[in-house]
Design a protein around this ligand. Structure first.
Ligand SMILES: NC(=O)N[C@H]1NC(=O)NC1=O
Length: 178
């Protein structure tokens, strides 16, 4: 999909296409639509990131809370979004044995108890061995820095989902840097 096509989208189509680049937060796409035209994929992405950065802490925590746990209840119940299922599957989290699943669920619960929001990690950039290690490491971080880390992961997830939607066409319209 090229940027000309993106810039020509009406509101409903834009929200349909980009509504889940931030998990279960179509409001972000709804707000970004009014910023068009976009000069390229980086510009489009920057509007999503700027919106998140400008939110008060309660809004940023709200975005984190829209994310399903990794290897959690939504996966067991088959209620993940298509994007999240694909990401968790790529990281090998859909084929954990019962012990590993329980271990991750306990760590997820400890994390939520400590920080008040779920552990968020770009699963496609990780794997089933790394996820619990990273979770255990981040459990020891300070709340302020952990909020920033978690939002950084939301942005990585957004970047990858956007790249899936835009493909190479959008990259081609980016200005060359010399
Ligand atoms: N909890 C959490 O990180 N969930 C997200 N991570 C990811 O890659 N996809 C998700 O849904």
């Amino acid at each position: 999909m090229d940027m000309e096509k993106v810039n020509s989208m009406g509101f409903s189509e834009f929200v349909d296409v980009f509504g889940n680049v931030i998990e279960k937060c179509p409001l972000v796409a709804a707000a970004v639509w009014s910023q068009r035209p976009f000069s390229g994929s980086e510009d489009l992405e920057k509007h999503f990131f700027d919106f998140i950065d400008a939110l008060p802490r309660s809004g940023q925590e709200g975005i984190l809370r829209c994310h399903p746990d990794l290897a959690g209840r939504d996966l067991q119940q088959g209620t993940l979004t298509a994007e999240s299922l694909r990401e968790q599957s790529q990281a090998g989290l859909t084929s954990l044995d019962a012990d590993d699943r329980l271990r991750l669920q306990k760590l997820n619960a400890q994390y939520r108890e400590r920080f008040g929001f779920p552990f968020v990690l770009a699963a496609r950039l990780s794997d089933r061995a790394e996820v619990p290690q990273e979770l255990a490491r981040r459990l020891r971080c300070q709340p302020e820095s952990e909020l920033r880390t978690a939002l950084g992961e939301v942005k990585k997830i957004c970047h990858l989902r956007m790249a899936d939607l835009l493909g190479a066409d959008a990259a081609r319209v980016e200005p060359l840097r010399g």
